[in-house]
Design a protein around this ligand. Structure first.
Ligand code: ZN
Length: 310
């Protein structure tokens, strides 16, 4: 795995990742506002000061300016630094893992899209179509050059090779898995969103999550899409539960400090915890996106281990 890694080339890939991360920051800020990501030049959101090209260096500029605008000294979100570093690591990680292959490119594209979507969802609770729809198309296209379900062909090599001979049928197999993954992912989320709306009367998951899940399904194929939904639901539930628990404990402690009777305090704390549960809007896209990336990288290992443990 690592013997084919060229150190100089790896450094170049990492630097390229930092630059792409810089552009991703622009997308995260502008796409939810419906602005163009090409023009005008970047400016400070507080004072409108145009950022000169020599301050557009990824990571370095943020460190040199110590995270503050050079004109108005308002803080610049550390998210800029985090995104740039994560994108750099994504590029480097994919290169060292896959080498210079189409699989590397596919993983980079998926990771890049998911990074952008996860951070946009966390900040604005929006999943812009400008990211999800081209992403869906890319996922379907990639299935034609990188096999989506390579575990299926590993477990059943005889079946796949006898039933589907030659290059073209391999691509057809992969394409159908990608399309089915997109359909399964989208319809599951659509169903969940409808049930959620019925049960709670507030829109917890929007149409953006449905499109995000279609994108994930197209890249991952059917099996890993199901794994992603399962893992994201689990992570989301645990997060929601711990949020409610945290509210409940904080309120109980606060009213006990005020000297209320503890049964009364507990009752009132329970009431605010229920309110929190009702009105808390979970950015479910954050869980879907991060679990999708983990499933893409480790899902087959996890499933293999699970099956062999049974
Ligand atoms: Zn400023």
């Amino acid at each position: 795995m690592l013997e084919n890694v060229e150190p100089l080339f790896a450094a170049a890939i990492f630097a390229l990742g930092l630059c792409f991360g810089s552009f991703l920051n622009v997308c995260i800020y502008r796409l939810p506002l419906g602005k163009s990501v090409v023009t005008p030049r970047s400016a400070c959101p507080h004072c409108g000061d145009l950022i000169p090209l020599y301050h557009n260096l990824p990571v370095l500029s943020w460190l040199i300016l110590r995270g503050k605008c050079r004109a108005c000294k308002q803080p610049i979100s550390p998210r800029y630094l985090v995104i740039e570093l994560l994108t750099g690591l994504l590029f480097l990680g994919c290169y060292t893992h896959f080498g210079l292959t189409l699989a590397m490119l596919k993983c980079i594209v998926l990771g890049y899209l998911l990074l952008g979507l996860v951070f946009t969802d966390a900040e604005t609770k929006l999943l812009p179509d400008a990211m999800t729809l081209p992403g869906l198309a890319l996922g379907i296209l990639f299935s034609l050059v990188v096999p989506v379900n390579d575990l299926a062909s590993r477990i059943m090599p005889g079946l796949v090779s006898t039933a589907l001979r030659g290059e073209i049928s391999w691509r057809l197999w992969s394409l159908s898995d990608s399309l089915l993954g997109a359909a399964v992912g989208a319809s599951f989320l659509y169903g969940a969103a409808a049930i959620y709306l019925r049960a709670r009367g507030v829109e917890g998951m929007g149409f953006g999550d449905v499109k995000l899940m279609a994108l994930i399904g197209a890249f991952l194929g059917t099996k890993l899409t199901v794994l992603t939904i399962f893992a994201a639901s689990l992570a989301g539930s645990l997060f929601g539960l711990s949020t409610v628990l945290a509210v409940w404990m904080k309120r109980t402690r606060r009213s006990q400090a005020r000297g209320s009777a503890s049964s009364d305090a507990r009752r009132r704390a329970w009431h605010s915890a229920r309110l929190a549960l009702r009105y808390y809007e979970m950015p479910f896209g954050v869980f879907l996106g991060s679990m999708a990336l983990l499933s893409f990288l480790f899902g087959n290992c996890v499933l293999h281990w699970y099956w062999s443990a049974l």
